[in-house]
Design a protein around this ligand. Sequence first.
Ligand SMILES: Nc1ncnc2c1ncn2[C@@H]1O[C@H](COP(=O)(O)OP(=O)(O)O)[C@@H](O)[C@H]1O
Ligand SMILES: Cc1ncc(COP(=O)(O)O)c(N)n1
Length: 303
Amino acid sequence: MTVPRALTIAGSDSGGGAGIQADLKTFQELDVFGMSAITAVTAQNTLGVHGVYPMTPQAVVEQIDAVGQDLGVDALKTGMLFDAAIIEAVAGRIRAFGWNSLVVDPVMIAKGGAELLRAEAVEALKKHLLPLALVVTPNIPEAEALTGMKIRTLNDRREAAQRIADSGARTVVIKGGHAGEAGRIGQEPDANVRHDGLADPADRPVFAHASDERVVDLFYDGRDFYELSGPRIATRHTHGTGCTFSAAIAARLAAGAALAEAVHTARDFIQAAIESASALDLGAGHGPTDHGAYRRTNIILPS
Ligand SMILES: Nc1ncnc2c1ncn2[C@@H]1O[C@H](COP(=O)(O)OP(=O)(O)O)[C@@H](O)[C@H]1O
Ligand SMILES: Cc1ncc(COP(=O)(O)O)c(N)n1
């Protein structure tokens, strides 16, 4: 069997914790051959984004074509796309290559507040890219921007996930990292929600309902809701968590995993990376996570 191949179409983070750099590290850690098409160069560190230098749509297209025509792509993800012209160009190439295993991380605003997607490009994202996505992975503010609704409770999140699926994405993960910011989502699970859906070893910390101490990602497969959760780590080192999570999904898809399993592994991967980030303790601001942590604690990867 040839090595699984994954492509990331995203922005460069000079600080190494998010963007293309996080994606390639994650691909490598999951034994997937990583390739990239850079949409923008950012001058960035743990303190913030100091400069954004977008590529032309043509430069992005040429990178995608170079990879697609020669090396081949088993799965891909998009991250920072910056503007509507890049989004349209990227969507056009994904359609032309017929790539189906697409993870769309609808990156909009960096944790420090910098704009990584122009506000007017949200409509282009919905129109051109979401219909091509196997899964879209917004955080709570991004899900609010995609739906125009305020998300306070877990039920709001379920409604938002359904609305995002209605805009064309086949499945949706609304990540819970930001849930604490606008008041905790602390509702009891609804009786209609399945908590047993994904094949998981019994000892994994998943499907618990939200509480102050847990972070919950809501997965909607177009029919049922699943809650994947882990202990909420009290840390300032969460730079690049969304990039890393979506890259791990793409990596596992490239290796042939089913989507539910890929999402599940991605949650374990990011949990391990955040738990071990304080040992890295890099930078004076929001530090990167430890991309090597999952491999160190899971020596045998599923085939
Ligand atoms: N403090 C935390 N402890 C544990 N997991 C977290 C924490 N913050 C974020 N995560 C996880 O990291 C991933 C990214 O979450 P989130 O912060 O919501 O997205 P983004 O990085 O796109 O803003 C999700 O899987 C989420 O569960
Ligand atoms: C180039 C680039 N892409 C994406 C993010 C978002 O990072 P996060 O995953 O922490 O939201 C970032 N800060 N920089």
